[in-house]
Each structure stands twice: as C-alpha cells, then as structure tokens.
Design a protein around this ligand. Structure first.
Ligand code: C5P
Length: 403
C-alpha cells in the first residue's frame, strides 16, 4: 500500500505518456496522492485535463506561471513529494537530467529536488542504444537515480528491441520498492530461468525446450511484491522482465558461477532447465565430416547441481530454496523424492508430457510439494502461477520459516 505517500509524477513527451494515465490510476488505487507535472512535449500526447481528472489534483504544466509560483513554487513542489517519478522519461529529459539543465518546470524541479528519483525510460530502440543515451544513463545511475525498464518488445514506431516503457504495474512495484513498501521489500531473491546451452563445437550446442516463460513470470511477480530480484537466465525464448538485475549465461557452469556471485539472498527459486551433462571434448573448431562415415564420439561429464549445492550450503544458505521438477510420469512421487534428494524446501512440480502443452505454452498446472505434503493447483496462466508462488514466498519469509 502507498497510503499517505505523495508521488510527484513528471510525464514526458512520448507515445508511452498514455500509460502514465493508467499509472496514475494504479497509484491512487493504492492510496497514493499523485501530483502531476506535464511537460510541453507531454501535452502533445495526453491532455492536462485527463491528467488532472485522473490525479484528482492540479496538473502542473511546463509553463512559467506566476499563479503557480505563488501557489506552490517549483522548489516546494519538488520537495513536498516522497518520491519523484519520471514516466515516460524521454531521451531528451534524461539528457537534461544528466547535464543538470533547468530550463523548464520538469528539469528545474528535478534539479531542485532532495528526494529519490525513479525514471521509466521510453524511446525508440536506436535512441536507447545510442552511446549518448547510455552515457547519460551511466551518469544518472552514479547519481543514484533509479531505473525501471525499459522493456524489450514491439515498439509504436514499428521496430523491436529495448525502449518500451515498463508496464504501469512494474512501475508501481518499483515505486513501492523505492519507498521501501511491498511484502518483499528489502528482500533479495535469486531466480534462475530458461534453458542452458552446452557447446559441442563453436557453432553447435545441446539445449532443451524450456522457453523461460515461467521463470520470467516469477521474476516479475517477485519484483511486483517489492523484492530485489537477480534474474539469471539462459538463452530463453521470452524477453527478460524490466526492473530486475539480469545476468545472461549460456552454460550450466556459467549459471552456477552467476548464482554464487549473486548470493547472499533471502530466497532462491531455481526455475531453469539446467543441462545435466556437458560435453567435455567439445571441439574448438567446427566439426566436419571427413568422408570416412565415422560420427564424432562425445564424452560427457555431469554438470554441477546448482539447486542441490545452494540448498546444501552450510553457510549463507538462502532461507527458502525452491526447485522445479518437470516430470513426465509419477509427478508427485518423483517431486517428493526430489525435494529430499536436493535438500530444498519446496518443489514446484509439473507434468510436461507433450499432450499437456505446458512446455513452451502459456499455462501451467503445478503441484507444490513442501514438508507439509503435496498441494495440487488448478491449471492457470503462468503469470498467475507466478503470482501465487510469489505470494507464498512472501508469506514464508514473513513467518520466518519455509512452511
Ligand atoms: O534433477 P532435475 O533437473 O529434474 O531437477 C530440477 C531442478 O533442479 C530445477 O529446479 C533445476 O533448476 C535444478 N537444477 C539445477 N542444476 C542442475 C540441474 C537441475 O539447479 N544441474
């Protein structure tokens, strides 16, 4: 909840400004007071009237207005808030912030504020990737400005890539986290996700069919409850969520190193489909047919079991360690045995027989196996499974146990 929190919301000039209207609604639903500031460019995308109507408050506009200054000067405006949020933050606004410009109301109050600033960038992918923008972002991060997004995906301009503004609920979660709210605020959760790729030679690898959808949904749900999430992902088919620390890896060994580097954590949720074996005699050069008809012979070695290792740590073990079990038969019996074998607290088991359509699909039917027994959940969208599991993780951490 954000009751009695006051958010100063600067709406920049980008097509994503329409999402700022939804953000205002979501913030007010949670009890926050929203003080909106609309830049001149922002007015090209949303009207001051709709902003004011949704905020239930005066929309401060980027005009030097004597009445405004008499009512509430820009200095006071920037200081009376608990948090300053810029959404959408355009490349231009970020450049102004990084350069310390103060040539309109938005940039002036951003320079004058003594409060934490959270920005939700939104721009064309090329503009986002441009060195100038990346330089400005590095400067702003060093100045302790927080970022949420941008997300990767289709853009209004028809291109694809990073640059889409984070979704309003992700921004709400980042706001809660910045204000120290949310049941998982102050908690660090590691999530592994996606498949791993084990190279055979420089161009070929052994992989599996995991899309990474359930792991990404989990990272999002945990983030939305205020957790700081380290998202360690193999080469997944779905984009990584915004607002989490993403570490991209390829092999199981790299994932293991990344997990160790991310510790300590309050909880670890291992949703990745990690390869059990790697090819030890992988070739440094591309393998070629030599005309003899002989096929290459690969020698395998077992990969480290990340879940079992983390669950078995005598020092620095996360309080709650959750594993996944994709099974094709005897799901509950296998998962129950796996929980004990791996030494983890919970196992989220699912039936991945091709007929279920779960692997690579949008729905999941899971059984949660804990010390208390097995709980069948109904077939639900992966996002909903993630929300329920994140809720249970928050409860378990709050109660001090692994329940
Ligand atoms: O043994 P199995 O692969 O079925 O166990 C699945 C669980 O173990 C998943 O949570 C997966 O992320 C984890 N795992 C792991 N490291 C491995 C193999 C599996 O963390 N090398």
């Amino acid at each position: 909840m954000l009751s009695s929190k006051r958010i100063l919301l600067v709406i920049g000039g980008g097509i994503a400004a329409y999402k700022a209207l939804d953000l205002i609604r979501r913030l007010r639903e949670r009890g926050a007071a929203v003080v909106p500031v609309l830049t001149r460019a922002g007015e090209e995308f949303v009207t001051p009237l709709s902003v004011a109507a949704l905020a239930g408050a005066k929309c401060h506009r980027d005009l030097f207005d004597l009445t405004d200054e008499a009512e509430m000067g820009h200095i006071e405006l920037s200081r009376a808030a608990d948090l300053v949020v810029v959404a959408p933050a355009t490349a231009d606004l970020l450049a102004k912030m990084a350069g310390g410009h103060a040539n309109d109301l938005a940039s002036t109050l951003l320079l004058a504020t003594d409060k934490r600033v959270l920005v939700a960038p939104a721009m064309n992918v090329r503009m986002w990737l441009h060195r100038a923008t990346q330089r400005n972002i590095a400067t702003l991060r060093a100045d302790d400005v927080r970022f949420v997004g941008p997300d990767e995906g289709d853009m209004a301009c028809g291109e694809y890539g990073p640059g889409r503004m984070a979704e309003p609920l992700a921004i709400v979660a980042a706001i809660e986290a910045a204000l120290g709210e949310g049941p998982l605020a102050g908690r660090h959760v590691i999530v592994t996700s996606g498949p791993t790729h084990e190279p055979v030679d420089p161009v070929r690898y052994i992989a599996n069919r995991s899309s990474g959808a359930q792991g990404a949904a989990l990272a999002r749900a945990l983030r939305d409850l205020g957790a700081r999430v380290s998202f360690i992902t193999g080469p997944a088919a779905v984009p990584a969520p915004g607002g989490v620390a993403v570490v991209r890896v390829e092999t199981a060994a790299e994932m293991f190193d990344a997990v160790r580097a991310a510790l300590p954590a309050d909880a670890a949720v291992m949703a990745a489909a990690v390869a059990d074996w790697r090819v030890v005699n992988a070739s440094g050069a591309k393998l070629k047919k030599d005309g003899s008809g002989r096929a290459p012979v690969f020698e395998f070695a077992e990969n480290p079991d990340i879940l079992a290792t983390v669950a078995g740590l005598s020092e620095g073990r996360p309080r709650l360690v959750v594993g996944f079990a994709a099974e094709t038969d005897d799901v509950v019996a296998q998962a129950t045995a796996k929980r004990l074998r791996k030494g983890c607290d919970w196992i989220v088991a699912n039936d991945v027989r091709p007929a279920t359509g779960i692997m690579g699909g949008t729905e999941n039917a899971v059984t949660l196996v804990t010390e208390a027994g097995a709980e069948d959940w109904p077939r639900l969208p992966k996002d909903e499974v993630a929300r329920r599991l994140a809720g249970r993780i928050a409860e378990a951490l709050a109660s001090g146990g692994a329940g």
